[in-house]
Design a protein around this ligand. Structure first.
Ligand SMILES: [Zn+2]
Ligand SMILES: [Zn+2]
Length: 449
């Protein structure tokens, strides 16, 4: 099982700023992270909920190491673990760049206080994190006597940083050459090879996203869609053939084949199910592309992504009849990032729209969908993802909302958000992070089977 530390980029920046503040006599500051985990068969994702700095007065002068956190600091951290039922991770920073490692003193102290956390909160994993100026490392105890190093760091936001300690490397052969996209960074091909992307919906919106992810070399592509192809889908389903229609192939099977035709080494995980039954594919994904119908589906999918701290990129298109033989083609691409304004904050998911959809339920026939608009939106989604994970220019944003006017064929930043965002998102409280039924003791048992 791969332990993954996942934290919003913005929170990480705040932690670094706080830990580098000078203290009256302590040479280094320390704090705690409260963590709400979720697990799949492959991964244990440790989702950081909050940072708890040790108060100035809770440091003690110490003859051997200069200063250390006093009993009050530990007691307060134990209280948080007990009262909030969260995993607690000690955190401090070493003042250098590159991969940090714990000192001997660090390791000795951890062995002591981690056991105390298991006494007050035995159902959660606990541990320790050390930051450097640009990286981190850490250890997680999944029981009082089982400890593992972090295998992966996910700092989610814009920019997003994925660091894998033992990365997969794309195969070096005649078919693999990423030189034409080398402006994305010297290690971007390796980064992409280690990214796990989930595409929800393998139809007109999802199929061109899968195709583009395969071309740029994303190493693990998960595709979820319960449907089989119908004759009316062939006008827009990238990778589909007449034979697929004839034999009613599942859409995920078409995506799977198309991706592996492009790059056979990509690990594809197709699932012919509603996405709600594919939690395990979402929890440890680095990005989720949502190509679903309706506002309610989007709302549910966005909240699942928020729960596990995964950036969510949503696309959708509409054709509206404005007069006899006059139609307006429009679409949007929205990126919703952990801890940042959500689609409700932005004013995209409104109660009016949700109610309207409820009333219209069952009334609509097949909604109009066309390949050129879908593919434009897919390109915007993939471009937003690449810009987030390998910023090829100085780029940071707390959300993205692009509107496509399919009639004038123009894309522009939505003018709507600035009227709706008032402070940080309140729709997804931190206590709703992670798996609410998580119990680390069942994890150890599963491992033994
Ligand atoms: Zn240290
Ligand atoms: Zn919100």
């Amino acid at each position: 099982m791969t332990p993954i530390l996942r934290c919003p980029t913005q929170l990480l920046d705040e932690i670094r700023r706080d830990l580098s503040r000078p203290h009256a006599f302590a040479a280094e500051r320390v704090g705690f992270l409260s963590v709400r985990p979720a697990a799949t068969r492959r991964s244990l994702v440790l989702i950081v909920e909050a940072y708890h700095p040790v108060a100035d007065a809770d440091y003690l002068r110490d003859r051997s190491v200069g200063a250390m956190m006093g009993p009050d600091a530990i007691r307060k951290a134990l209280d948080i673990a007990l009262l909030q039922n969260v995993g607690m991770f000690h955190i401090h920073m070493h003042e250098h760049t590159g991969r940090p490692s714990f000192s001997r003193t660090d390791l000795r102290e951890q062995d002591k206080f981690v056991l105390d956390f298991f006494k007050v909160c035995p159902t959660m994993p606990h541990g320790a994190v050390v930051l450097s100026h640009d990286l981190a490392a850490g250890r997680v105890w999944i029981s009082p006597n089982e400890v593992e190093p972090f295998a992966e760091l996910n700092f989610m936001g814009s920019p997003a940083t994925i660091h894998v300690f033992s990365p997969n490397t794309p195969p070096v052969d005649n078919g693999t050459d990423f030189s034409r996209q080398s402006f994305l960074g010297p290690h971007s091909d390796q980064l992409f090879a280690n990214i796990r992307a989930l595409v929800v919906g393998a139809g007109g919106g999802g199929s061109p996203i899968c195709q583009q992810l395969a071309h740029i070399g994303i190493g693990n592509i998960r595709v979820v869609d319960p449907q089989e192809i119908e004759p009316s889908n062939l006008n827009r389903l990238v990778g589909a053939t007449a034979l697929d229609v004839k034999r009613r192939a599942p859409k995920v099977e078409i995506a799977d084949r198309h991706i592996r035709d492009i790059r056979p080494w990509i690990e594809v995980m197709p699932r012919q199910k509603p996405w709600q039954e594919a939690d395990d594919l979402l929890i440890d994904a680095h990005v989720v592309f949502g190509c679903v119908d309706g506002y309610r589906q989007r709302m549910y999918l966005e909240s699942a992504c928020r729960r596990y701290g995964v950036p969510y990129i949503d696309i959708g298109m509409d054709v509206t009849r404005i007069a006899e033989q006059h139609y307006a083609v429009a679409g949007q691409m929205i990126a919703s990032l952990p801890g940042q304004p959500c689609m409700k904050c932005l004013g995209f998911l409104t109660q009016d729209r949700l109610d309207q959809e409820e009333n219209d339920y069952g009334a609509a026939g097949g909604v109009p969908q066309v390949i050129w608009t879908n593919s434009t939106l897919a390109s915007l989604a993939v471009g937003t993802f690449v810009r987030m994970f390998t910023p090829w220019f100085s780029y940071a944003a707390c959300y993205e909302w692009l509107e496509l006017d399919g009639n004038s064929q123009t894309v522009s930043t939505s003018q709507q958000p600035q009227f709706n965002i008032k402070g940080p998102c309140r729709h997804f409280p931190a206590k709703d992070l992670g798996d609410p039924f998580f119990d680390v003791t069942t994890l150890s048992i599963q491992r033994d089977v």
